[in-house]
Design a protein around this ligand. Sequence first.
Ligand SMILES: [Zn+2]
Length: 341
Amino acid sequence: MEVKQILFTFDYELFLGAKSGSVENGMLTPTKNVVAILNRNNLKGIFFVDCSYLFRLENVIESNENAKNDYQNIKIQLESLIEQGHYIYPHIHPHWIDAKYISSLNEWNLSNNSKYRINSLSIEERQDHFDNAMNALNNILSNTKRHYKIDAYRAGGWCIQPFEIFVPLFDKHNITTDFSVLGEAEKEGNTLSYDFKNISSNATPYRFDSEINIKSKEGKYKEFPISSISIDKNKFVNKVINKILWKIPYGRNKGNGIGAAFKSFKNTPSLYDVSKEMISIELLTINKLNTYNRYLEANNYMQFISHPKMISQHNLDVLSRFLKKANAKYKIESDWRKIII
Ligand SMILES: [Zn+2]
């Protein structure tokens, strides 16, 4: 049977704008639902845990019972993910530094996004925040019996450039592998800023040195790029299906927050934005199932990037159908550590 490498990565986080939404609806329940499907199919998930959030949460649990419950529930979920053989790695959104906790709602307001990219911090602040976030992740995992190296990373909002900023942070914490590159995509705005034009949208894992966009055979660091499909977003059927799904609970995620506001500095959308879309459970609707099947047929490597807070029941059902077919045809390797580069 032909082997296909399919990685299921997740950003385990709240909404990052004016309203974070609840931990229950944005993290705990949707993660439990999607992990049930992974487990049924013997697949490993890779969870990038927003540890900037964990760091802030740690500081309010002493005086807030609801926040304390959230922390405990996240801890239980992360411990159980590790026990089940899934991976946990750090994910950092520096604008949590300015987030305000609203105790009456047990939610956060992250509308101040001036520190969205780590570049906006001074060198000392970057080191400080990175250390704090890594400590928060280690704290919450301190009781887990199963141990493994925390040596991989995904940057908040794909903002991993210029990579030289991350070199001292990666080296200090023994991080060697990155999962932030979205091939062919580019954005330039108030929050998001990245340029991955010279990495293809179906790129396979590669090594690199000081420039994340430049492959280097003997490179010190490894990149596991996120995959994208080609899609005509303006096609009538795609628009109609999105509209219908959004109107019914079956097609809608239950996450109840508001995302970070993004304003582009460019007048026209990028080529990526009009013709490509990241491979993602929350974007996997019935009209795209064949495109996903064909992608897998044509490629031996496929990385999903998903956000539990955005996943609907419809997405889960289509994912199950995709996996049923894939399992019948191929042997799926979902453990990134078994992929040698
Ligand atoms: Zn994120």
